[in-house]
Design a protein around this ligand. Structure first.
Ligand code: G3H
Length: 478
């Protein structure tokens, strides 16, 4: 079928021998927009064999040449930003401007990674032995970082390009090969991004992109014996992957329930603006979205009023015209979000806006007077709804945040830096933002979650470290 996108292996775009295809549904029109190949187990095995072989040679390519190739891919990505952004608009309904931003951010990510790789990987260590009891000065230990081998990269639908690149670039600069399994919605954007790496001239087999039916081949992929590292961003399926992974280093980022704690001395305009940005950007479909507001009851009414004024100003519609709120990724996601709203309403929460849905498009809502028995208190909606809980003490807010099974980020709004630091210290999350909404970037900052939010740490420097190992050579002197 000429309309079906090919997969990428051996430095070529290939048609799968399965002859089968699967569809990418446009979340706005809810009709088929693109078709993808369904790869076979044999094609997958071949990809891993080729990756292993290409990786051995790539690890010996001088570091400056690896960096040069990455810079080329980054430049190509920037040149092709509009085409790739268009795919994001159609596949995941990301607003047009944000789609372009995602591609540019990805190119910047690659450039920075190439530079950071040069810095980190050019450094080694030399240890002398006689600091440890019983040793003489009769040997030297030289250590430097070596690649892990083949990295399996599994990015999510909400950043199909950026969260692919944030795995591919550190893997490649460190001398690894990569097999990418793009998210179903977002595959075509990711395949276009892979074409930029293809045009940049990376050796054949070093990078592959596989499109599979996860129900059929997902387990075989994530437990493949050729894998030396898994970098995954997504939902709870990551927990199952981690349990089955075996002796393989993992970098997992599995979502969050980021709390926004607003104290009684906070700048409420600043807090309201950040609740809007943090809660409703990309219609709440970010792992770092503000997913619960914990407001001191002395200022809660004022805060809610300010947020409501801003909610009324949000535009709701298709991504092509840069609406603030766009359709969520799938019908099942919209149904799930609706279920959370109905549950809260039925249990007595106050909906400040009327609940409205057309297809996958859900109008933004602030849900007030939320209580612990409501699902929205604990579950991650990944949609344009923000629950508010009123708290009497700071401790109550912190305790709520720490009771979540997630621990990605959190934020606190206050004009008292001492209180901010005390809250930050007490919040059990990977990052706490003071007076700003949670966010992963800038992309060289460490990014990590506690509990079910993940394993390991990301950010450019940490990813390069994570995708390498220390290797030592000990010279024993005569
Ligand atoms: O969805 C998960 C992303 O890692 C969040 O990234 O904070 O840049 O939106 P972001």
């Amino acid at each position: 079928d000429g309309d079906t996108f090919k997969y990428y292996a051996d430095g070529q775009w290939k048609r799968s021998t399965s002859g089968n295809s699967m569809t990418v549904i446009n979340p706005t029109s809810r009709s088929t927009y693109y078709k993808l190949s369904v790869c076979t187990k044999e094609e997958m095995d071949h990809m891993f064999d080729a990756a292993r072989e290409a990786q051995r040679a790539w690890a010996r390519v001088p570091l400056w040449r690896r960096a040069e190739a990455l810079h080329k891919a980054a430049a190509l990505l920037k040149q092709n930003k509009d085409v790739i952004a268009e795919c994001l608009v159609k596949e995941v309904a990301k607003p047009a401007k944000d789609s372009v931003t995602e591609v540019v951010r990805s190119a910047d990510f690659i450039d920075y990674t190439a530079e950071e790789g040069i810095r980190i990987l050019s450094e080694g260590k030399c240890l002398v032995p006689d600091s440890f009891p019983g040793n003489e000065r009769n040997k030297l230990c030289l250590s430097s970082r070596i690649p892990l081998g083949v990295v399996l990269a599994i990015p999510p639908f909400n950043y199909p390009v950026n969260l692919s690149v944030s795995k591919i670039a550190p893997a490649l600069i460190a001398g690894n090969a990569v097999v990418v399994k793009p998210p179903m919605q977002g595959s075509v954007a990711a395949l276009h991004m892979i074409q930029c790496f293809h045009l940049a001239g990376f050796p054949k087999g070093l990078i592959s992109a596989i499109t599979i039916k996860v129900a059929d081949l997902g387990d075989a992929l994530t437990t493949h014996p050729a894998i030396n590292c898994i970098s995954f961003t997504g939902g709870d399926s990551g927990i199952a992957i981690a349990k089955r992974a075996g002796m393989v280093p993992l970098q997992m980022e599995l979502g969050g329930k980021d709390a926004c704690i607003v104290l009684d001395d906070a700048d409420l305009d600043l807090a309201a603006a950040n609740i809007i940005k943090g809660g409703f950007s990309f219609s709440g479909q970010r792992c770092t979205a503000v997913k619960i507001v914990l407001a001191m009851d002395t200022i809660a009414n004022k805060l809610v009023e300010k947020v409501n004024v801003k909610v009324a100003r949000l535009s709701v519609g298709p991504p092509e015209v840069d609406s603030d709120i766009t359709p969520v990724v799938s019908e099942s996601s919209a149904d799930f979000i609706e279920g959370l709203v109905m549950d809260a309403r039925q249990k007595g929460a106050k909906l400040w806006q009327e609940y409205r849905r057309e297809g996958n498009l859900i109008w933004p809502i602030l849900i007030d007077n939320v209580r612990p028995d409501m699902r929205i208190t604990w579950e991650e909606p990944f949609g344009p709804i923000i629950p508010v809980i009123r708290i009497r003490t700071i401790e109550e807010g912190v305790q709520h945040c720490n009771s979540s099974r997630y621990g990605l980020q959190g934020c606190v709004f206050t004009n008292n830096i001492h209180r901010a630091l005390i809250v930050s210290d007490a919040m059990e999350t990977g990052t706490v933002q003071i007076n700003s909404a949670p966010a992963r970037g800038p992309d060289h900052f460490p990014f990590q979650g506690l509990r079910d939010s993940g394993i390991g740490s990301q950010g450019i420097t940490n990813s390069i470290h994570m995708m390498t190992k220390v290797k030592s050579t000990v010279i024993n002197l005569p």
